[in-house]
Design a binder for this molecule. Sequence first.
Ligand code: CU
Length: 410
Amino acid sequence: MSLRKFITNKTTAALAVLITAFANTSVFAQDAAAGAAAAPKVDMGEIYKSVIFYVLAFLAVCLFIAIIGKAIRVYELSREAQGKPVGINWNRIHASLFALFLVVGLYGVYWEYTVHGAMLLPDAASEHGKKIDKMFNLTLIITTIVFVVTHILLFGFSYIYKYSAKRKAYYYPHNNTIEKIWTIIPALVLTVLVLMGFLTWRSIFFKTEDPKNKPLQIEVTSEQFKWSIRYPGADGIVGAKNYKLTTATNPLGIDFKDLNSRDDEMADEMVIPVGKPVKLILTSKDVIHSFYMPHFRVQLNTVPGMRVFFEFTPTKTTAEMQQETNDPNFKYLFYCAKICGSGHYNMQKVVRVVSEAEYKTWIAEQKTYLNDDLRKQFNLPGAPAPVKSVADSAAKDSAAVKTNQMALNK
Ligand SMILES: [Cu+2]
C-alpha cells in the first residue's frame, strides 16, 4: 500500500470514529430530550459543562477547517489541471491578515488603556509614592510609543511590501548608520531610565532621620498566616526580640528584660497619623512573606532572622480617600504579596490613616503585650503572687495528707 493511500485510509477511519461519536451524542441528546418530556426535568445546561462536549466541539471545528482546506485545494488543483492561473493569491491574503492584525491589535492597546487603565490604583497616598508613580508613568509612556511605532512598521511593511510580480526585491544587507541609530537611541533612553530609577530609589530608601520629626516606629511580624503589629508605647522605641523566648504566652518572642519592650502595645489594625513619618520594622517568624501596601507604594520582603526597615509618610486620611474614590467603604489594607502557603490569600490587615488627635485617642486604648503571665515568666515587679508560695502550700497539703494516711494505717 502506498503512503498516500495509507494516510487516506487512516483519515477515513478517524472520520468514521468521529461521525459515530457525533451520531451517538445526538442520539444521547434525543434520549435526554425524550426523557425530559416524560420524566422529571433533565438539566440541559449540564451537557455544556461536560469535558467531552468541548472536546467534540473542538474536533468539529478542526474538521470544519480541514474540509474548507480540502475544498480550496481541490479548486486550485482543478484550475492547475485546466492550465488557468492560480485562483487564490495567498500572498495578498497573508498581507491583508497582517494589516488586519495591526488594526485589531492597536484597538486592543487602546481598549487595555481605557478599560483596564481605569482599574489601576488611585493616586499614591504617600509622599514617596508620587515619585514612584512618576517613574512608572514615564516608563509606560516611552514603552508605549516604542511599542506602537515598531508594530506599525512591522505589520505595515509586511502589508506594503508583499510579493508582487511587477516588483523586484532590492538586496540591502547592511547599513552602518541605521545600526548606529537603533543601538545608540535605545541605549541612551535605557541609561536615562535606569539612572532616574536608581536616584529615585536612593532618595526614597536612604534618608537621614530628622531629629525634630522622629518617625513613629511600628513593627510588623509575619507568620503563616497572619500579621502581628507592635507599637512602641510611650518611649517611642520598639523593644528587643529573641526567637528563643518564643512561647505560647509570648508568641513574638519579645524580650521583656529590655525596658523598651515593657510598654510595647499590640494592635489589631495599623493606625497612623496623616503627614507624620512612619518607620516600619518588618520581620518574619517562619518563611519569607512580602509586606505590601499598594496605596502607599510600599512593598518589601519580610525575612526570618532579619529586620528590614522602611520609612514613609502617609498624605491622605482614610476619610479623604473615601471621598476621592467615591466609595464610603474604602479601606486601606496591607497584604502578603508572596505565595507563602495555603492560607496566603487571607493575610491582610486594615490600615487607618487618621488625624493626629484621633491617633492619640486610639493609641491610648491599646493594651500592652506585657501581661501578668509574662511578668511572672520574666520575674518582673508587679507580677501576681509568686509561684513559690502556691507550690509551698501544695507541698504542705500533700505532707498533711501523708501524715493522716500514716496515722490511719497504724
Ligand atoms: Cu503570603
